[in-house]
Design a binder for this molecule. Structure first.
Ligand code: GSH
Length: 211
């Protein structure tokens, strides 16, 4: 039995990634939501794992924190979550790591907020990081004629989905190729199931809602 601990669906971009991966892997799991950034949340998170963050996957007695570690675990159970070609697999892994560590200025300037629709100008460093990410997407997409970063859907696309939602929420201009890719990610049935639940959440975060 698998339990995936996640944060608020409207705001928790890290939680969305492994949730999408487990859905695509068709691994049945129970989801438990911990409301983030309220007085009791840190204590609950630290009880789950020393990382003190979500997502966390519980597999029997073992807990796996970190979105990429959970995705790697799923890929060991189910084939085809990484590209089949060894070179592409290596590139996809590196890109996921980059999407975790890089583009911080974009994440800070445009926190994931699925309810949000605005065209207010982002700070320059946020826009530069968004442009760099767009170039990275285009470089992947230019290598084939299929809809996803490495052709067929892979973990890299799960990692890209919260960024796609940011482009959408903050009305960031993007090229036709990136736009088509973003539309593909945001029309995905699993993403739409997550989004529907996010839109129904009662919680707000004024700091993020007014950025
Ligand atoms: N690198 C981690 C980041 C996890 C993370 O920062 N999660 C946020 C939610 S999106 C969190 O739990 N924040 C709560 C806190 O830091 O108290 C991952 O990829 O899972």
């Amino acid at each position: 039995m698998l339990t995936l601990y996640i944060g608020n669906k409207n705001y928790s971009s890290w939680s969305m990634r492994p949730w999408l991966v487990l859905k695509k892997a068709q691994l049945p799991f129970e989801e438990k939501l911990i409301q983030l950034y309220v007085p009791a949340s840190k204590e609950k998170l630290l009880k789950l794992s020393s990382a003190g963050t979500v997502p966390v996957l519980q597999v029997k007695d073992e807990v796996i924190p970190d979105s990429l570690a959970i995705a790697e675990w799923a890929a060991r159970c189910v084939p085809n979550l990484w590209p089949q070609n060894a070179h592409d697999k290596q590139r996809a892994r590196a890109l996921c790591q980059q999407m975790q560590e890089d583009f911080g200025a974009f994440r800070n300037a445009a926190p994931m907020n699925l309810r949000r629709r605005t065209k207010g100008k982002l700070p320059d460093d946020g826009l530069q990081a968004a442009a760099k990410l767009q170039t990275t997407f285009e470089d992947c997409l230019a290598r084939h004629d299929k809809p996803f970063l490495f052709g067929d859907w892979s973990i890299a696309d799960a990692f890209a989905t919260p960024y796609a939602a940011r482009f959408n929420s903050y009305g960031i201009n993007s090229s036709l190729k990136t736009d088509t890719y973003i539309s593909e990610l945001l029309a995905d049935d699993d993403y739409l199931e997550w989004e529907l639940a996010a839109l129904a959440e009662p919680w707000t975060m004024p700091d993020v809602d007014e950025v």
